[in-house]
Design a protein around this ligand. Structure first.
Ligand code: CO8
Length: 373
């Protein structure tokens, strides 16, 4: 069987970042304004007052300290509370294309490869800027890649599903080098007026180069196996879609943004993911204690610590399940790949790692990797 490896990774990080304190100051100013505007209704019991947010709660509940965004001023302006992006002409590259291209160029550079070594592009992410033409085809064109490209969406687990699609294409011979790109502008789908989740997401883009490698190849991480799992749940939901304009009566604006039952998600996803990792390793004849690193989806710090504890049967140390969530917040499908990108250099030949992402659907993917060279 052909050896398949991830030979390079790339990361695009937006220039602007928002701290918890900045986000909370903006949210609380909105709450004050809202409560003042509706003071009479609140006093008469016709309407509930909105409660303020707090940085302490955000950090304690999630581990998040800041997030990057494609537009800080719009998010923090209480008259706007969403990123503001100038519309671009059809002939100009889209924002997602630009972010994806930057991450892809870094992945190619790190792998020591050129676009001539790639003939397929898969854009795997939660939110696509438009339905068509596919962002993947736009990125393919911007990079000058000959071959094929498509978009796919499996929410936060998208990158792992993209890796499996790439591995299958390489094994079947329909591709010889695949870029799996995850550009995420999560802030565009986040309700910054919702206290329960206004702090959760950030923006970033990642790219992985997945290739068939020969026995002499010493770069990167061999993919020993991939395993995917899905199980329907409405606990993380987004009703935005092309039929919104046809729906009568229309949905409210907040129904077209991200929402979740965070507690339920936590409770249901932790066992699903830990069992997925343990059974996937067992299928490959491996024990969890043999794994040097877990690059987990970055949604919630306690969730990751609990998953790692369940898998290892003991407390993980910080380097066993590295965290980027504090700086980036939840960047959906990009999160586990950012953790991989930033925390793999110290691994030695033969070391094992598991890249695992999970989220809406529910959807989860496990990719077992072994360091080459
Ligand atoms: N400030 C202060 N207090 C607050 C705040 C706040 N901002 N928010 C809630 N509280 C209060 C609540 O009112 C509640 O008070 P009380 O106890 O008096 O009722 C208390 O704090 C506890 O509230 P919660 O139960 O909501 O808090 P949790 O401890 O459960 O923490 C989390 C909330 C952080 C959301 C947590 O539940 C969590 O992270 N769960 C896991 C969620 C998860 O993993 N989701 C994955 C979603 S990502 C995904 O799949 C991607 C989808 C596609 C991306 C789309 C991009 C937009």
């Amino acid at each position: 069987m052909k050896k398949i490896a991830i030979t390079g990774s790339g990361l695009f990080t937006p220039a602007e970042s928002i701290s918890n304190d900045e986000l909370v100051a903006s949210f609380n100013a909105y709450v004050e304004q809202h409560n003042a505007t509706h003071a009479a209704e609140i006093a008469s019991g016709q309407r509930e007052a909105l409660a303020p947010s707090s940085s302490e709660f955000i950090f304690k509940a999630s581990g998040i300290q800041s997030r990057y965004t494609v537009n800080k001023s719009g998010v923090l302006d209480i008259g706007v509370m969403r990123p503001q992006i100038a519309p671009r002409a059809d002939g100009e590259p889209s924002l997602m294309c630009e972010m994806g291209v930057a991450a892809a160029r870094e992945a190619l550079h790190r792998a020591g490869r050129s676009v001539a070594d790639v003939n397929a592009v898969i854009v795997a992410c939660s939110n696509l800027q438009r339905p068509y033409p596919a962002i993947a085809v736009e990125i393919q064109s911007a990079l000058g890649i000959r071959g094929w490209a498509y978009d796919m969406n499996v929410a936060c687990a998208s990158a792992t599903f993209g890796i499996q699609a790439a591995v299958d294409a390489l094994r079947q011979g329909s591709a010889r080098g695949v870029l799996v790109i995850s550009p995420e502008i999560c802030t565009g789908h986040l309700n910054f007026r919702n206290r329960d989740c206004h702090f959760i997401f950030g923006d970033a883009a990642t790219a992985l180069l997945v290739e068939s490698v020969d026995a002499q190849n010493t770069t990167g991480f061999e993919v020993l196996g991939t395993r995917l799992q899905t199980q329907f749940s409405n606990n993380i939901r987004n009703n935005f879609g092309f039929l919104n304009a046809s729906e009568a009566p229309s949905r409210t604006w907040d129904d077209l943004l991200f929402r979740q039952e965070g507690r339920k998600v936590f409770k249901e996803v932790v066992p699903l993911v830990s069992e997925l990792i343990v059974s996937h390793l067992a299928e490959l004849g491996m024990q969890p204690h043999a794994v040097r690193r877990f690059w987990l989806h970055q949604a919630n710090l306690s969730m990751n610590q609990l998953i790692a504890r369940k898998v290892l049967g003991r407390e993980p140390d910080a380097m066993e399940a590295p965290v980027i969530l504090n700086e980036y917040a939840n960047t959906s499908s990009a999160g586990s790949v950012i953790a991989f990108h930033k925390y793999h250099q110290d691994l030695k030949a033969g070391d094992l790692g598991v890249l695992c992402a999970f989220g809406a659907g529910y959807s989860a993917g496990s990719v077992v990797l072994r360091k080459l060279s």
